[in-house]
Design a protein around this ligand. Sequence first.
Ligand SMILES: Nc1nc2c(ncn2[C@@H]2O[C@H](COP(=O)(O)OP(=O)(O)OP(=O)(O)O)[C@@H](O)[C@H]2O)c(=O)[nH]1
Ligand SMILES: [Mg+2]
Length: 459
Amino acid sequence: MKINSDDTIVAISTLVGEAGIGIVRLSGPDAIIIASKIFKPIAKKPVKELPSFSVNLGKVIDNKNFVDEVLLTIMKSPKSYTREDVVEISCHGGIVPLRKTLELCTKNGARLADPGEFTKRAYLNGRIDLSQAEAVCDIIKAKTDLALSCAVSQLNGSLTRIVDKQKNIITDILAAIEVAIDYTEEDVPDIDKFDIIKKINGIEKELEKILLTFQTGKIFKEGIRTAIVGKPNVGKSSLLNILIGQDRAIVTEIPGTTRDVIEEMINIFGIPLILMDTAGIRKHSYDAVEKIGIERARNELKNADLVIFVLDSSNELSAEDFHIAELLSSKKVILVLNKSDLTRKLKDISSLRIFDSSVFVSAKKNTGIEELKKAIYDLFIQGDTNTSNFFLTNMRHKILIENTINSLKNVKASCENNISEEFIALDLRAALNSLGEITGEIPTEEILNRIFSNFCVGK
Ligand SMILES: Nc1nc2c(ncn2[C@@H]2O[C@H](COP(=O)(O)OP(=O)(O)OP(=O)(O)O)[C@@H](O)[C@H]2O)c(=O)[nH]1
Ligand SMILES: [Mg+2]
């Protein structure tokens, strides 16, 4: 794989719309030459002579036509985001000045950057490893403070340090085994297999501990997909509206009001909750549109991490409630007993099924909502989140750690069964490779393409 790029890339690195400023970013060997062709500094100094880390006022010029007044920042290789020469042109944040400046860069030899290509170069040029590059994407996409702090800690090398520590221990074991393999039959030095097993147990314990953080880490990052379900008219849309603090979904006293799935995100105690209000589910509907809505509600149910099952506490249980309860097997379910401002008629809900928790709520009078949020939080987050300082958030990393543990289990089995050292070495190397893939030691085009295609253009 080619490491040092010989072409120069360019992209608009900020959101294109109407904003105070917008930035066109160049990176590569010709970044400064290209900038010198389109930028005239007020200071009348040649662009090539502008010092690194300087911000320079001037004009972007197209054949003597004044395009925009801008600030140009130069960051010379290797002290830049990509370790290449980087030039950032801060234009006024309108579509036209940004597009024109971008076009001028491409006319003068730059190539439009692929998604994530600046960060990919930072990785390929050794400024950050692959887990840190992935963290950059997570920082941009973070929806809550907790998601951000996980991503920032990963960018800071928290995962890299964990991986490196375990890799060093494995490398030492492998070195001892390889020495033994190199010896002739007669004078093979003794390998202490008990000691190897002990060390491997230690690594496994550490890695298992990391794996345990994944469930919470994934929730911090991606949030909890939550479907609000129940029979028609129980107050699902009212509940959505009160939770998001907006009149988003239509509420009427007519059963079967909601047809489409309405999706909104809220933040509960630092966790993103992706809420879906769905059509009231009933077994028999004669309305074609409502039928489609019910089908959609059932689909959302299947994909949800959490179901909020709403009952009308001012009415007795009906066959519809039992029908819906049957659809909820194998799901985490919180029961919401809505309309608690009215006289309670609902009895013996235990005949429905056992729920993870239940909360009395009035979506109309806004009572019980904090209790509901607390119940959701407690169901998903076990223990104090502040005492652990690392959370695994990435499925790719999780799979690679699992692969490492599997290889280590093979090593132990070989030791216990006195299998030849060559096999032990093979599994130790497999464990090292899996850990190495986390930080991208041996990158493959396929993995890189998969990772960087998730980035936005300009990062
Ligand atoms: N008294 C009382 N009425 C409520 C409460 N929540 C909702 N309602 C009323 O119940 C009726 C139905 O509310 P919706 O939120 O539309 O119910 P839904 O479950 O979304 O209904 P569908 O979309 O038809 O399935 C409306 O008249 C609401 O004003 C509550 O907590 N107390
Ligand atoms: Mg509704």
